[in-house]
Write a new protein. Structure first.
Lengths: 227, 264
């Protein structure tokens, strides 16, 4: 009996004002966790587990969860229709994932003229010192900053980051793409407008808009690492 | 040991062959030993512009496949002792030769000649790869029009990946009055987009067409505008610093006086 009691503590359910938090022990085996979670969810007669829809966070502590293990947890939680899984978090990531995160956060500096037919695809932010000529493409998972004229195609946030921006000293692109949004250029550019500009997705219209560079701190305050 | 210069453009019809013929002629005029190599297999023209078509016995493919010696395929120019042409084959296509074969031939020619001028076919495929294989330097020819500039940009991108000096630019067939009115791209705009060194500007001159049809490169004429432009480009290749030709049309006597008096 004492043994069973002890096992029961591998999964702790906590209620907070934002919903439920499932604390999973990180020392026991995964199979044991699943079993116990299953028991607690089905056997429990608590109001929280049967009441209205409630948000659930899963905290796995220092346990690394593989994709299959996450699937398994989601499957178990799905048994209760009122439980809405917010996210599963773990203190541990693999080296590869950490490397990806580092690459996504870095600024890659490139100094060259990107010419027609060439594609420059960067993981992270791209700082290009040079022009993007018509027919050329620059891509980045993060933001794109061009010290030069942008006359070709620029695609930022290629992994779906809608917060990403494209800034260029001379903004005359043939196409702008942010995440999955695409904007074609006007058929002709006015001769004026030598001011540096940037493109972003506006919150209201969910469309690509262009504004003066001085507005960037207002529209994308998170760009600022000097807080 | 001479140097090999490939003349290329990406787009067809901008004047690669005309430029090759005229630069070769202009370099020969300054007493250099020059060999022109036509790599446009299947659509050869350089022999026609040089007026040497009916002297061809062996060609580039024959040399590559060792059906003849290199010296046997070379055709001596009618006018210059020091100018030779290695013609392309007309009956084969671009795939009948490999970049390695061209490289070997060009290396061999560089032993005997000061300049080996390689005329590149249009496009970026096999023919282009063959043409640039043995080159030390490259010249990109463009016309002052958008399509031609796009292709030039593409070609410059490809050339920059090769192990050779950065390419230089010739703007060919410029019509000055159109550029001035803004109906045509002007030279500054082209140079700023392509951002490579400008080697020269050749005015659109009907003498070029007349001369080509006669099989006599225009560079042989003493005073036509295109001829002077080509000879100046040749001097720049030789390392002289020659200022760009004034693109202004002759204003005539009264025009000059007006300029002098500051009226215009």
């Amino acid at each position: 009996m004492a043994m069973v009691q002890k096992l029961q503590h591998n999964v702790t359910i906590k209620g907070t004002k934002d919903g439920l938090v499932l604390l999973l022990d990180d020392k026991c085996s995964f199979d044991l966790l699943v079993e116990e979670l299953n028991d607690k969810l089905t056997a429990g007669s608590s109001q929280m587990l049967n009441g209205p829809v409630i948000s659930v966070k899963v905290k796995a502590g220092n346990r690394y969860l593989t994709a299959e293990q996450k699937e398994k947890l989601i499957e178990v939680l799905k048994q209760k229709e009122n439980l809405n899984l917010d996210h599963i978090e773990s203190e541990v990531i693999t080296k590869a994932e950490a490397e990806e995160m580092r690459k996504d956060a870095q600024v890659v500096t490139v100094s060259k003229v990107v010419r027609s037919g060439q594609v420059l695809d960067i993981q992270g932010d791209l700082l290009l010192i040079g022009d993007v000529n018509p027919g050329a493409t620059v891509m980045a998972t993060g933001n794109i900053y061009i010290l030069g004229s942008l006359k070709g195609i620029a695609h930022c946030g290629t992994k779906g980051n809608e917060e990403a921006i494209i800034a260029a000293s001379v903004m005359k692109p043939s196409q702008l793409r942010i995440a999955h949004h695409i904007n074609r250029a006007p058929d002709s550019y006015p001769e004026l407008g030598n001011e540096m500009e940037f493109a972003y997705i506006s919150n209201e219209e969910k469309q690509i808009r262009i504004d003066r560079i001085s507005a960037v701190h207002r529209l994308r305050p998170k760009l600022n690492s000097l807080l | 040991m001479g140097e090999a210069i490939v003349i290329t453009s990406g787009k067809g019809g901008v004047g690669k062959t005309t430029t090759s013929a005229n630069l070769g002629t202009a370099l020969a005029l300054s007493g250099k030993k020059v060999c022109l190599v036509d790599t446009d297999i299947g659509l050869r023209n350089l022999d026609v512009l040089m007026g040497l078509e009916n002297r061809i016995i062996y060609d580039l493919v024959d040399v590559a496949e060792e059906r003849c010696k290199l010296k046997q395929a070379l055709i001596k120019d009618k006018r210059f002792e020091c100018l030779y042409l290695l013609p392309a084959a007309q009956t084969k296509d671009k795939s009948s030769i490999t970049p390695e074969q061209v490289k070997k031939i060009v290396q061999e020619l560089k032993q005997d000649y000061d300049y080996v001028i390689i005329d590149c076919p249009a496009g970026i495929e096999q023919g282009f790869k063959n043409a640039i294989a043995g080159a030390d330097k490259s010249i990109v020819v463009t016309n002052p029009e958008t399509a031609s500039m796009r292709d030039a940009d593409r070609i410059i991108g490809l050339l920059e990946q090769e192990d050779m000096e950065p390419p230089k630019l010739i703007v060919n067939r410029l019509r000055n009055h159109l550029a001035k009115n803004g109906d045509m791209l002007d030279v500054d705009e082209i140079v700023s987009v392509l951002s490579i060194e400008l080697l020269g500007v050749v005015i659109d001159d009907e003498n070029v067409i007349k001369a080509a049809n006669k099989g006599e490169p225009v560079a042989l004429q003493p005073d036509s505008k295109a001829s002077i432009a080509y000879r100046n480009i040749a001097r720049r290749i030789l390392g002289e610093s020659v200022p760009l030709l004034s693109l202004e049309e002759d204003k005539g006597f009264f025009g000059k006086i007006k300029t002098l008096l500051g009226m215009k």
